[in-house]
Ligand binder design. Sequence first.
Ligand code: ZN
Length: 325
Amino acid sequence: MPTVQTVRGPVNVDDLGQTLMHEHVFVVATEHLDNYGKGSWWDEEHRVADAVTKLRAVAAKGVRTIVDPTVWGLGRYIPRIQRVAEQVPELNIVVATGIYSFEELPHQYEHRGPGLFFDIPDPMIDDFVRDLTEGIADTGVKAAFLKCVVEHKGLTPGVERICRAVAQAHVRTGAPITVHTNSFAQSGLIALDLFAKEGVDLTKVVVGHAGDSNDLDYLMRLADTGATLGMDRFGLDIYNPTPQRVATIAALCGRGYADRMVLSHDAACFMDYFGGAWDEAHSTLAPNWRYDHIHDDVLAALLDSGVTDGQIEQMLVFNPKRYFS
Ligand SMILES: [Zn+2]
């Protein structure tokens, strides 16, 4: 039986159980934290304890696994995730490798690569593969999937190189991919087209944030490639309110696409985009943007819309298991 790497080590895919496929524990850029957070808005002990409380609460509702696509550019820092994971043994946390950039290539990769000053194979691919096969830095924790971005600006030179490196790391390792997309710009199509050209198995791709769209033609075009739709921003009503997200999922289930969707919130325990005002911003701007909105509210709404228990299990259990198998 295949296993998937988690923060506490490999887990049988059969034991993933109900899985939220796109949740962050922390979005806190290390450089920003070190220079402006410490001694100011960041309290390490408080934030770790807060994360433990929130993750225990969602585990108590039946969630067994969260998949955390926090990579370079969003503040991946595995030692802090290990501290949290040790205190929530009832929940698996799966972590990622890749780069989160809407446009530019990080300077750290600017001069090394094919045709560049140091004319070598793309070092990004080696870095991603090392995270997947040997572990991230000295933590011993292996990433289990890859993450990149295609935003409204499309394939800028930086984004294109990152996406190709992610695709090649997938080809080398078989690790699945989650790509952040902009549904209003329909950039999921651009991402899947590039992945197909790079030889990616599209059944191993989640098109992140597809659920911001209610355009069934767009969503079916994505799903018909074999890719999985990330219906993954429940509670972020500014992009698409919950009733519309529910109606879109129900419509797609009615058309036979339950095997091509996964559910999540894209929530976080703390996000530095709001600095010290995170708790206030979160509770006033998006009170339902939390790990348990799906179990508290959305599942009942899906059932009321005609989605079956079997289809919910497909989206919460079987589709994540297939993605990591
Ligand atoms: Zn996210």
